[in-house]
Design a protein around this ligand. Structure first.
Ligand code: DQA
Length: 146
């Protein structure tokens, strides 16, 4: 089953959005990087982005039967969304949380993540490389290759 790689609000603007924080890499670049790393690991991916909380919730619900694991950069919803946390808990799939920036060296409100309570682990601060590291982590999770 493919790995669902979910990207939350404003990540469609990567490349032009606060480049001093997020760099020049676009979401299309990150998708290519993920496709390459997944292929090397023998995994298939399903790479998506939404600015809508409810759409992310619906996709997480569908992953219960359609996907092997979830890599999630919930962006600002990381810090606000009990709905996304609940969907992740109901999904019963391994979740790896990713952030491009180091959320612990920015504003205080970014230090709390609702997603972390449902995640196997969290990778932050390494930019797009974090997605590749998350794929490495996912590959070792039980059930992902079956
Ligand atoms: C982010 C960090 C969040 O605090 C922020 O709202 C984002 C992106 C990151 O990838 O560094 O939109 O998730």
């Amino acid at each position: 089953r493919p790995i669902l790689i979910l990207n939350g609000p404003n990540l469609n603007l990567l490349g032009t959005r606060q480049p001093e924080i997020y760099g020049a890499t676009t979401l299309a670049d990150i998708r290519v990087l993920c496709e390459e790393r997944a292929a090397a690991l023998g995994l298939a991916i399903d790479f998506r982005q939404s600015n809508h909380e409810g759409e992310l919730v619906t996709w997480i619900q569908e992953a219960r039967h359609g996907h092997g694991a979830i890599i999630l950069n919930a962006a600002a919803y990381t810090h606000t969304s009990v709905a996304i946390l609940d969907a992740l808990l109901a999904c019963e799939k391994p979740v790896i949380e990713v952030h491009l920036s180091n959320i612990h060296r920015r504003e205080d409100f970014r230090r709390h993540s609702y997603v972390s309570a449902a995640a196997v682990g969290m990778i932050c601060g390494f930019g797009a490389l974090g997605y590749a590291l998350a794929l490495e982590a996912v590959a070792g999770q039980p059930g992902v290759r079956s």
